[in-house]
Design a binder for this molecule. Structure first.
Ligand code: KG4
Ligand code: ZN
Length: 334
C-alpha cells in the first residue's frame, strides 16, 4: 500500500512516499532554514510563501524518486497540526486537492505522532506498548504509547519546550539558528560540571517539565560574567546547560518506564538527534535492562516519511478524514 505524505507545519516543505507504513521509497525535504536564519527564528508569513513556491516540485520529486506516479497511490497523509496556521494550510489544501482529484482516502495526521512513528520506520521490529519521550522545537511530552493509535499523555512542559530552550540559550551564546545542533557539538568539548545550573524537577512525582528557569539562569550567568569582565567559555556553558536539560529528561523517562514496567524507551523529535541524550539514555538503559530506540538524524527532525507512517496506522485502524479537514495549529495529543 503506497501513501503519499505531506508535511508543511513549520519551515520544511516535505513530501514522501511510504510503502505499508514502514518502508521509505522517497523522503524529500526542502529546508527554508537559510531564509529564516537571518531573522534568528522562523517568520510565519515567509514560511507560508516558501511552502507555496516549493510544494508542487517537492511532490513531483518524491514521486520520481519512488519511481511511481499519482495513479499508483492508495492514500494521502498530511500534517493537520500543531504548527503554523498559514504553513499548515499549504499542505492541507494540496493534500485535499490530491485526494479529491485521485479519488483516494485522506488522513490528517498529528505532527507529534508523526515524530513518534519515525521510530517505526527506523526500527522494523518496534511495536507498542512503550515509554516515549517527545522532545522537539515546540513540544516536550512524556507518554505511554499503548498502541499504534492510542497515546496516554503523562507529562509535558509547563513553559519552554526542550528544543526551544536549546535554541534560546544558543542565541544568547551568539550561535546560529537553530542552535540545538551547535550546543550538542560544543557540549562534547566543554566541561559539563563547570557551572551548576539548576535541575527543575517540579513537585514530587510530577512528570511535567519546566525549562524557562534554566534558560533564565544561563542568561543571568552570562550577564554576570560580562559585568565582571570575566571570560565566558562557550563550550563549558553549552555542556553545563545541556547536562541540566538531559538529567531531568532522562530521569523522568526512566521513572515512567519503571513505574509502567516498560522495557522500551523511545525518543522522538528534533532534540532526539542530540548525541549527549542518546549516549546518556543508552548507558542508563544498559544498567537498567531497558532498550533505547531513536530514529536516524534525518528522521528526527521534520520530514514527511514519519507523517506517512502515522497516516498508514490510522488508515489501518479504519479512520478517514474528509474534505472538511482543517488545520489545527494547537492540536494536542489525545
Ligand atoms: O522536531 P523538530 O524538527 O521541529 C519541531 O517540530 O519543533 O525540532 C527542531 C528542534 C530545534 O529546536 C533544534 O534546535 C532541535 O530540534 N535540535 C537539536 C539537535 N538537532 C535539532 N537539539 C539538540 N541537539 C541536537 N543535535
Ligand atoms: Zn517537528
Amino acid at each position: 500500500m503506497l501513501t503519499l505524505a505531506i508535511e508543511t507545519s513549520c519551515d520544511e516543505t516535505a513530501c514522501a512516499v511510504i510503502k505499508d507504513g514502514r518502508e521509505v521509497l522517497s523522503n524529500i525535504i526542502s529546508s527554508q532554514i537559510d531564509v529564516h536564519r537571518k531573522f534568528g527564528g522562523v517568520v510565519p508569513e515567509i514560511a507560508s510563501r516558501k511552502h507555496i513556491e516549493a510544494i508542487n516540485n517537492i511532490i513531483q520529486e518524491a514521486l520520481d524518486e519512488a519511481n511511481c506516479t499519482f495513479k499508483d497511490l492508495d492514500l494521502i497523509g498530511v500534517t493537520q497540526g500543531p504548527g503554523l496556521v498559514g504553513a499548515l494550510l499549504v499542505g492541507i489544501s494540496t493534500a485535499k486537492a490530491l485526494a479529491y482529484g485521485l479519488d483516494i482516502p485522506l488522513i490528517g495526521v498529528n505532527h507529534i505522532e508523526g515524530h513518534i512513528c519515525a521510530n517505526y520506520i527506523e526500527h522494523k521490529d518496534l511495536e507498542p506498548p512503550f515509554t516515549c519521550l517527545v522532545v522537539s522545537g515546540g513540544h516536550t511530552y512524556l507518554l505511554n504509547v499503548k498502541s499504534y493509535v492510542d497515546y496516554e499523555l503523562v507529562g509535558r512542559t509547563r513553559d519552554d519546550a526542550a528544543g526551544e530552550a536549546f535554541d534560546k540559550v544558543a542565541r544568547a551564546l551568539g550561535l546560529p539558528y537553530p542552535g540545538g545542533p551547535h550546543i550538542d557539538r560544543l557540549a562534547k568539548i566543554g566541561d559539563k560540571d563547570s557551572i551548576p545550573f539548576p535541575r527543575v524537577y517540579l513537585e514530587d512525582g510530577s512528570y511535567d517539565f519546566s525549562f524557562s528557569g534554566l534558560k533564565t539562569a544561563v542568561l543571568n550567568y552570562l550577564n554576570q560574567m560580562k559585568q565582571k569582565g570575566e571570560e565566558i567559555i562557550v563550550e563549558d556553558v553549552a555542556a553545563s546547560f545541556q547536562q541540566a536539560v538531559l538529567d531531568v529528561l532522562v530521569d523522568k523517562a526512566f521513572r515512567l518506564a519503571r513505574e509502567t514496567s516498560s522495557k522500551k524507551i523511545v525518543i522522538a523529535g528534533g532534540v532526539a538527534a542530540n548525541e549527549g541524550l542518546r549516549n546518556m539514555l543508552e548507558s542508563r538503559g544498559e544498567e537498567e535492562g531497558i532498550r533505547i530506540y531513536y530514529p536516524s538524524r534525518i528522521l528526527c527532525t521534520d520530514n514527511a516519511a514519519m507523517i506517512g507512517s502515522a497516516a498508514y496506522y490510522h488508515y489501518i485502524n479504519g479512520e478517514r478524514s474528509d474534505l472538511s479537514l482543517n488545520v489545527e495549529p494547537n492540536l494536542g495529543l489525545n
